[in-house]
Design a protein around this ligand. Structure first.
Ligand code: CO
Length: 444
């Protein structure tokens, strides 16, 4: 049987080239499910059983379904993921032109595998702040088509190339955006004077280049995501880390039945750069929203928030490093999850992942009740793993958290590979979690 949710995941990824677009895609899914959008600046009225969502600075989102019980009695089932991905950010004002060829300067965001960004058609997307009718306005832009490429050097100039090559971000990593030729055959976006990027973005969103006051723009893989393999069991896509997690949580949330406990989704920007921003996991965002929900729906007084948090449980979803048959010595085989073997519980003695024994046991229980397989990931004991939003968010809320994620290959490559069935498994496990809610464990 083909994987059920792989196609909708591909559509979600393709519609979400940046965290701004991922939050926009998430908002569309929530809208379709009847959720009501709230603004942090407004006074809120929350109805019992209602579904709501809040966006902070266009790139992070919290959604919640109120439970039948007071939060102080039943707590919250929270699931979170990051919506950003490592890659190349464009420098708005800086073009480098030589002999009719024009490139755009970039900075590296997070920790991408540089070489994977070469020789593939790239698109551009992000957010733009423009002056329109005397007022500042924020717009999302998504070219949605190839407009750039980072070409490699011909191997004849460097016969040692296959031994590994460095691509400096102020040199070989600059995307080529225009090849006008000596006669200026391809003129590029109109209105000379401003940088290529300003002109191109201006014409894309229908404003003059000089109306663009600032922007955050990323070069992104322009090739659509795809399900492949003889039995369509594999997934090839950019940003599987961690849009797979975002989409799994949103899908599980949409399908979960209302219960006594509240159900919460959180998508954070800026995980790939340490989460320390006003909309990252290391911010007040999630706690602010939980605090407001409790204040507005729980009449049991100032202690209600503390009681609600003490009764809550959180699942932090982020990609796991799947076992790679060509690099088997990099793994501890007993803790190396394989593609299509189910979601992996990630743990680390130094708490780079938030998982503790109780959290791990709870998540295993959710997988068991959903009838899906479950794996485990621990880095080889002499290597340090990465980290994720789990430990940060757990510490800020004081809520027990388990770190889980589907295994993938080539994490942080411009294009990653995952098992199509794992997405179904993760959705089923998260749905079981949203249904069952936080599980009280005597003695903890
Ligand atoms: Co990640």
């Amino acid at each position: 049987m083909p994987a059920l949710n792989a196609k909708s995941l591909c559509d979600f990824i393709d519609a979400s080239p940046t965290a701004y677009h991922a939050v926009d895609s998430a908002a569309a899914m929530l809208d379709a499910g009847g959720a009501v959008r709230l603004d942090e600046r407004d006074a809120w009225t929350l109805e019992p059983g209602g579904i709501y969502f809040v966006v902070r600075d266009a790139a992070s989102l919290v959604a919640f379904r109120l439970g039948h019980d007071a939060p102080s009695e039943s707590g919250f089932a929270l699931a979170g993921a990051h919506a950003d991905a490592p890659g190349l950010r464009a420098r708005l004002e800086k073009s480098v032109a030589a002999r009719g060829l024009e490139r755009v300067a970039v900075e590296v965001y997070g920790g991408p595998i540089h070489s994977t960004w070469l020789d593939r058609p790239l698109s551009l997307a992000g957010r733009v702040v423009v002056m329109a009718n005397g007022r500042l306005e924020q717009r999302l832009v998504n070219f949605g088509r190839p407009v750039a490429v980072i070409p490699n050097l011909a191997i004849h100039f460097n016969r040692e190339m296959n031994k590994g090559i460095e691509y400096p971000m102020n040199g070989a990593l600059l995307p080529l955006v225009s090849a006008a030729g000596p006669a200026g055959t391809a003129a590029g976006p109109a209105a000379a004077g401003a940088s290529w990027l300003l002109r191109a973005v201006g014409s894309e969103i229908g404003v003059e280049a000089d109306a663009i006051l600032s922007a955050e723009l990323a070069f992104v893989d322009a090739t659509p995501s795809l399900v492949f393999g003889y039995d369509s069991e594999l997934l090839s896509a950019p940003r599987i880390d961690n849009l797979e997690g975002c989409h799994a949580i949103l899908s599980a949330f949409a399908a979960a039945p209302a219960r006594g406990h509240g159900q919460v989704v959180v998508l954070f920007d800026n995980e790939e750069v340490g989460s320390g921003t006003p909309r990252g996991a290391d911010s007040s965002f999630l706690r602010d929203i939980v605090q407001r929900i409790v204040a507005l729906t729980d009449g049991s007084g100032p202690e209600a928030l503390h009681r609600a948090l003490a009764r809550s449980f959180s699942v932090s979803v982020d990609g796991a490093q799947g076992w790679h048959p060509s690099w088997a010595d990099k793994f501890d085989e007993d803790y190396a999850p394989v593609l299509n073997g189910g979601p992996a519980i990630k743990a680390n003695a130094n708490v780079r992942y938030a998982t503790d024994a109780v959290g791990e046991a709870m998540f295993k229980g959710f997988c068991l009740s959903a009838g899906v397989p479950c794996q485990r990931f621990r880095m080889r004991a002499d290597l340090a793993p990465g980290t994720t939003i789990g430990p940060i968010s757990a510490a800020l809320l004081g809520v027990r958290t388990v770190d889980v994620g589907v295994p993938m290959l080539a994490m942080h490559s411009a294009r990653e590979t995952a098992g199509a069935y794992d997405h179904d498994y993760l959705i089923a496990a998260l749905k079981a979690f949203y249904g069952a809610g936080p599980q009280p464990v005597p003695g903890t």
